[in-house]
Design a protein around this ligand. Structure first.
Ligand SMILES: *Cc1c(COP(=O)(O)O)cnc(C)c1O
Length: 390
C-alpha cells in the first residue's frame, strides 16, 4: 500500500511541476516566474486535475450537475464516517467558510436558545461577531490562542450557564492549535444530553479525525481547505434529528440551512445559483482524497511536511508560537525574530518572488507569521530527502 501512495505522490508532484512550466510569465519582477505555491491556511494550491475539472460548463439544473452535487454530499458524509441511512445529512452552502458558520449559528440556535461560544483564537472570536450581527443570544468562554480548549473548564461553564447550544472550533487556524474534539464532545453529550453541539472544522476536516457519532449535531467545513478543492462553497454536516428541529429558526433567507436542505432533498438543486465549477473541482478533489489513501494518508503527508518544516525552520533559529503538545501539523505559527535585520515584508517578498506564498500572523498580541505545510504537500515531501543530504 505504501508504495502505491508514494507513486501517487510522485505523480501528483510531477503534474504540479508540469503546471509550473505552462504558467504565463509576467514582466514585473515582483510577480513569481512560476505558478505560486500557497503555503497558507487556505485556499491552497490544488492539483492539475482539480483545476481541469472546472473546464466544463454544467447547467445548474441539469442532471449531470445534480449527480455531481449528490456525489459530493454523499462523499462528505462518508469522510465523516456516517451516512444518510445512519441519520446524517450534508447540506452545501454557497459562499465562504464564514458564511457557513454564520448559517450554522443562525439556523441551529432558536430565538429562545443561547449558545456558549468556546473560543481559543480569531475564528472563535468571529463567532461572537456573527452572534452580535444576527441577534443570537450567546455567552463566551475564552482561552489563550496558544492553548487548547480544556474539558474541565467547558464542563464548569456549562454547569453554570444553562446554554442550549455550544459552538467551538476543531482546529484553530489562528495559531495552529488542535482542540481535543472527541473528549469535549463526548463529555458534553454525557453530562448534558439535550445540548446541541456545533463545530467549525474548517481547517481540520479531512486532516484531523471528526466523527459525527461522537455526538456532533452540526459541523462546518469548506471546499478550499484540507480536501483541497477551490473556494466557492462550504458544507454543513448535520445530525438529521437536530436539523429537522431547526425549521423557522434562520435569521436570513440565503443562510437558512434547513430550507437549503429541504430544497436539495426535494429537487436535488441548490435554491439559488450554485458554484457549478467549484463543485466539479471538489468532486475531483474527493476522488484524489480517496486515491491518496483517505484521511490516514493525507494526515501522514501533512505530518511529514510539518516535520520537514519544523526541523528546518528551527535549525535556522525560528521559534514556534504554540507548544508542541497542542500544535497542529496543518498550519504553523512562528514568532517574528527580534533581530534588527529581520524584516517580515522583505522575507515575504523574497519567498513570493520564488513562488512560495506564506501568510502573516493573526495573533492578538506579538508579531508572527504562518506557514501551512499543507500546500501541495506531495511536492514539499519530495524535497525532504534533498534537505537531508544537503
Ligand atoms: C478558514 C477558516 C474559516 C473561515 O473561512 P473563510 O472561507 O475565510 O470564510 C473559519 N474558521 C476556521 C477555523 C478557518 O480555518
Amino acid at each position: 500500500m505504501a508504495s502505491v501512495q508514494v507513486a501517487m505522490a510522485r505523480r501528483l508532484s510531477l503534474r504540479s511541476l508540469g503546471a509550473w512550466r505552462t504558467v504565463r510569465r509576467f514582466s514585473s519582477s515582483s510577480v513569481p516566474s512560476r505558478e505560486p505555491l500557497l503555503f497558507t491556511p487556505g485556499p491552497l494550491t490544488v492539483s492539475g486535475p482539480v483545476k481541469q475539472a472546472m473546464l466544463v460548463d454544467y447547467g445548474s439544473r441539469d442532471k449531470l450537475f445534480l449527480d455531481a452535487v449528490l456525489e459530493v454530499r454523499e462523499g462528505l458524509l462518508q469522510v465523516a464516517g456516517v451516512s444518510k441511512e445512519k441519520g446524517y445529512e450534508c447540506v452545501l452552502m454557497q459562499g465562504s467558510g464564514t458564511a457557513a458558520v454564520e448559517a450554522m449559528l443562525g439556523t441551529a440556535v432558536p430565538k429562545d436558545g443561547k449558545v456558549l461560544l468556546v473560543i481559543n483564537g480569531a475564528y472563535g472570536h468571529r463567532q461572537t461577531a456573527i452572534c452580535k450581527y444576527a441577534g443570537i443570544p450567546y455567552e463566551t468562554l475564552v482561552f489563550e490562542d496558544s492553548e487548547p480548549i480544556t474539558v474541565d473548564r467547558v464542563r464548569q461553564t456549562l454547569r453554570a450557564s444553562r446554554c442550549s447550544h455550544v459552538s467551538l472550533v476543531h482546529h484553530e487556524t489562528t495559531a495552529g492549535v488542535i482542540n481535543p474534539l472527541e473528549e469535549l464532545v463526548k463529555m458534553m453529550k454525557a453530562e448534558f444530553p439535550d445540548l446541541k453541539v456545533l463545530v467549525d472544522s474548517m481547517s481540520g476536516f479531512g486532516a484531523y479525525e471528526l466523527d459525527m457519532t461522537w455526538g456532533i449535531d452540526f459541523a462546518v467545513s469548506s471546499a478550499n481547505k484540507c480536501i483541497e478543492g477551490v473556494p466557492g462553497f462550504a458544507y454543513v454536516l448535520c445530525a438529521t434529528d437536530a436539523l429537522k428541529q431547526t425549521q423557522g429558526n434562520a435569521r436570513s433567507l440565503t443562510m437558512d440551512i434547513f430550507d437549503q436542505w429541504a430544497n436539495m432533498e426535494s429537487t436535488g438543486q441548490f435554491r439559488y445559483t450554485p458554484p457549478t465549477h467549484a463543485i466539479l473541482a471538489f468532486k475531483q478533489a474527493l476522488v484524489e482524497f480517496h486515491a491518496e489513501g483517505g484521511m490516514d494518508a493525507r494526515k501522514a503527508r501533512y505530518r511529514a511536511n510539518y516535520e520537514v518544516l519544523a526541523r528546518e525552520m528551527q535549525k535556522m533559529g525560528f521559534e514556534f508560537y504554540v507548544p508542541e503538545a497542542c500544535r497542529s501539523y496543518c498550519i504553523c505559527t512562528f514568532k517574528t525574530p527580534e533581530h534588527p535585520k529581520f524584516h517580515f515584508q522583505t522575507f515575504y517578498n523574497l519567498l513570493a518572488e520564488q513562488g512560495f506564498v506564506i501568510y502573516p500572523g493573526k495573533l492578538s498580541k506579538g508579531n508572527s507569521f504562518r506557514i501551512g505545510p499543507v500546500a501541495w504537500g506531495s511536492l514539499f515531501a519530495s524535497l525532504a530527502p534533498l534537505t537531508e543530504t544537503s
